[in-house]
Structures are given as structure tokens and as C-alpha cells.
Design a protein around this ligand. Structure first.
Ligand code: GRF
Length: 221
């Protein structure tokens, strides 16, 4: 059963990789529910790849094709996940929209972190949009990845105040600190604790949780 053995995670990222770092640190202290076996990145010189290398985690940059906001062919990405027997995919600042080739085999097994309290301020600039709107409270959201961007069921959220005098940078720093605490703990709960899905709601405390999902055929064979 998936929940009774260490889960093999892959992280999908495009940039700085501070969330990768928080996830990897949690895995090292056995607080993530498994190990990060792979980093997949669409930007060959992204700092997240150096961070992965420093931690001895495989980092790959499968081809992206001609487009800027999606992968032209998701199959090489799926092949990499399969080759590393990945159970659960964690998106952490991955800036391309995903489609059925990756989403279908990982339905319920792919999480993302977004820097706002969804459904407010979905999209590419959740921090800037919240600041421009003038909200007094924003935050971050861990959610399941589904085909509509930033739309899947919510696993966990944390609120972050917007202070008078905040700049984009000061607000981003506060949100990132909240993300680094929220994401590893949300992942651990999602892969280790009982939960059941009721429509859009993930209800913790009862249910088969991750073990109740159909076997990820790509991960198991
Ligand atoms: C985070 O703010 C995350 O919420 C968003 O992209 C950012 C990634 O930052 N999806 P990092 O690369 O993890 O530092």
C-alpha cells in the first residue's frame, strides 16, 4: 500500500526553488512522508537544478518544444516520472500549464502551491494582484492540480497579513516564509493521513487517503 511505504516524490519547478529547498529539508528530517527522487525543470539554468545537485537529487530538463506556457510534448516528462517510479508530483513554481498526458495518470497525485488564498488571485502574479487590489489578508494555498489553472481542490491554506507600507518584495518574503512551512506539512498530511474527497472538499480524519486512489499505472508498472 502506498501510504505504508515511503512515497517517491518528484518536484516540478522553473525557478529559484525555495519551496523545493523547504520540501527537501522536510524529507531529510523524515517530515514529508517520503523522499524526493527527482526534480524536473523547464529552464536549463534555473537555480533549482543547482539546489537539487547540492542535495544529490537527480535533476532533469526534458524538452519543452516551441511553446512558452505549455509543454509541446508531455510524454518525455511522463517517461522521466515513470523511469524514477514517482508516486506523487509536487509543483513548486512550475510556470507551464499541464495537460492530460501528465494530469490523467497523476490525478489526485499532483499538488501545487500558489501564493494567494485561492480562488482569489489565481494566475501568474498572485502576490502583485493581491497587493494591487488592496486586500488586507492574502496567503498561500496547496491544492490538487487539475486541468483548469489554480482550480483543483484545496488541501491547505495559510493566511498572511498585508501591512501598510508593504512592497511587492516585503509581501513576497512573508508569503514565501508561510509557503515553506505550509507546503511540506500539507504534503505529509496528504500522503500519510486519512482523508476522503467530498466534491471539491478534501476532508481529513477519515477515509482511505492516498491509498484509496486508483493505482498510478505509470508509477507501478
Ligand atoms: C512560489 O511563490 C509559489 O507559490 C509559486 O511560485 C513561487 C516559487 O518560488 N507557484 P520558489 O521557486 O519555490 O522559490
Amino acid at each position: 500500500m502506498l501510504a505504508s511505504r515511503p512515497v517517491r516524490f518528484a518536484v516540478l519547478a522553473s525557478g529559484a526553488g525555495s519551496n523545493f529547498e523547504a520540501l527537501a529539508a522536510a524529507a531529510e528530517r523524515e517530515a514529508l512522508g517520503g523522499t524526493i527522487a527527482l526534480v524536473l525543470c523547464d529552464v536549463p539554468d534555473a537555480p533549482v537544478l543547482d539546489r537539487a545537485a547540492r542535495r544529490g537529487i537527480a535533476g532533469l530538463t526534458p524538452p519543452v518544444g516551441r511553446f512558452r506556457t505549455r509543454l509541446e510534448d508531455e510524454r518525455p516528462w511522463l517517461d522521466a516520472l515513470t523511469a524514477h517510479a514517482i508516486d506523487v508530483v509536487l509543483c513548486a513554481g512550475f510556470m507551464r500549464r499541464l495537460h492530460a498526458t501528465l494530469l490523467t495518470p497523476f490525478a489526485g497525485r499532483m499538488l501545487n502551491i500558489h501564493p494567494s488564498l485561492l480562488p482569489s488571485f489565481a494566475g501568474r502574479d498572485g502576490i502583485g494582484d493581491a497587493l494591487a487590489h488592496g486586500v488586507r489578508v492574502t496567503g498561500c494555498t496547496v491544492h490538487l492540480v487539475e486541468s483548469e489553472v489554480d482550480s483543483g481542490p484545496i488541501v491547505a491554506q495559510a493566511a498572511v497579513p498585508v501591512l501598510d507600507g508593504d512592497t511587492r518584495e516585503s509581501l513576497a518574503a512573508r508569503i514565501h516564509a508561510a509557503e515553506h512551512a505550509l507546503y511540506p506539512e500539507a504534503v505529509r498530511r496528504y500522503v500519510r493521513e486519512p482523508w476522503r474527497r467530498e466534491g471539491r472538499r478534501i476532508v481529513f480524519g477519515e477515509g482511505a487517503g492516498l491509498a484509496g486512489l486508483p493505482a498510478a499505472e505509470v508509477a507501478h508498472g
